[in-house]
Design a protein around this ligand. Structure first.
Ligand SMILES: [Zn+2]
Length: 417
């Protein structure tokens, strides 16, 4: 049997999946729905064509397809076939379908017995679109999932997460049993569309991902005093909105000083919120991200100092409340090297970049499995939208490059004692 990788087949299978599970508004493979189950069944049928492959779902609903090798040590290739509602045709499923093609190539090349075990994992509910909690399956696997919180989650129709899981044969109380799947994991690889404009602006097809941004997410509330908009002279006001508004240009300066960080004020609410009153209370949210933990801490402390200064200037008070936080997660140096080599050998210029969004890869890396991701350019720099797209030549190129990375990783694992 000739061991030929067929990236064009991946593109046509992605189109097949699109017509099977999408409509005029985009992809509709929301996790734990019947369309998602259909997509999973379709994936399973593709995998079952491989002789000798073992397929099962773990306790968290992640699908594992295993090609047993000479060594129990396993190379994991991951993706997610679930999508947001009205999603794009590539987010998540490109990774899974590239993995299927790579399993075919490896199976043919090594007559069903590669030097190390190779496993494809299709994570359950990466997007968190229905219950508002992303990385469900991978965080159950890494044991970072907060079961208490998950128990209380409901969708917009009032259906609870445990009930939705039960319909798909998953018991929420047991999902962390999925952790045993990582027992022999020696490396984890994930391919993904970039979902941003960086590679597009650089006119590069592929990138090596260094890790995922750490995030600091806070609510900042300025407290002033309500006062009549007609009778209160400007110099007598304690205007909570004025202090909050000064944060808006300030975060651009903070982000610029940080190098590659980003800062976003995503919401602003005022009280009493009427047209004839000076703002008594103004609450803004601040989301800060950086790949470097020290730079992220510096961005946070600069924002805190600025808020205190603006509060003092306006004779108002300021209070901070942390909403959420995660450390930067750095990928494995040696796999980062191998990823760059694979990109070069495919004829593309290598480029290293951080990931702004979190991915399942971050959860695997948190479990101390050496991890790396490869990005492929997104047209329009847009994702989670039906206009999400990537040039077909870039799709084929990324499957080829990712396959080269998989082959390098097999030998990297095999050579490590
Ligand atoms: Zn994704």
């Amino acid at each position: 049997m000739a061991a030929i990788l067929n990236p064009r087949r991946t593109v046509s299978e992605l189109k097949e999946l699109r017509s099977l599970t999408g409509d005029e508004n985009g992809a509709q493979r929301v996790a734990f729905t019947s369309t998602w189950a259909e997509a999973r069944q379709w994936l399973r049928s593709k995998l079952e064509e491989l002789p000798g492959i073992e397929i099962h779902n773990d306790a968290a609903g992640n699908l594992w397809a295993t090609l047993a090798g000479d060594s129990e040590k396993a190379l994991l290739i991951g993706g997610h076939i679930d999508s947001v509602p009205n999603g794009g045709w590539l987010d998540g499923c490109l990774n899974t379908m590239a993995g299927v093609e790579i399993l075919r190539r490896i199976n043919a090349q090594y007559q069903g017995k590669p030097p190390v075990t190779v496993r494809l994992v299709d994570w359950a509910d990466e997007e968190g679109a229905r219950f508002g909690k992303s990385l469900f399956g991978s965080s159950a696997c890494s044991s970072n999932l907060d079961i208490n919180e998950a128990r209380g989650l409901k969708d917009k129709d009032g259906i609870s997460l445990p009930a939705a899981l039960k319909e798909h044969g998953i018991d929420l109380e047991k999902v962390k049993d999925a952790g045993k799947e990582l027992k022999n994991a020696a490396a984890y690889l994930e391919l993904h569309i970039e979902q941003g404009p960086v590679l597009l602006d650089l006119d590069l097809p592929l990138g090596t991902v260094l890790g995922t941004f750490g995030v600091e997410r806070h609510a900042i509330t300025f407290h002033g005093q309500a006062a009549h908009s007609g009778s209160t002279p400007m110099n007598r006001r304690r205007d909570a909105f004025l202090a909050a508004a000064k944060m808006s240009p300030e975060i651009y300066r903070i982000a610029e000083r940080s190098g590659n960080g980003v800062c976003t004020i995503g919401s602003c609410t005022t009280k009493s919120g009427i047209v004839t009153s000076v703002v008594e209370e103004c609450r803004i949210t601040l989301d800060q991200r950086h790949l470097d933990a020290r730079a992220l801490a510096r961005m946070l402390s600069e924002a805190k100092h600025a808020s205190e200064q603006f509060a003092a200037e306006g004779n108002v008070k300021v209070a901070w409340e942390r909403l959420w936080q995660i450390e930067p997660i750095l990928f494995n140096d040696e796999l980062i090297e191998l990823c760059g080599e694979a990109i070069s050998e495919t004829g593309a210029k290598p480029h290293r970049m951080p990931s702004g969004p979190l991915h399942d890869a971050a959860e695997v890396a948190r479990s101390d499995v050496p991890t790396v991701m490869m990005f492929v350019q997104s047209l329009h720099g847009i994702s989670h939208n039906k206009i999400e797209d990537t040039k077909e030549e870039h799709l084929e190129m990324c499957v080829t490059a990712f396959d080269k990375l998989a082959e390098k990783a097999i030998f990297w694992i095999a050579s490590e004692k």
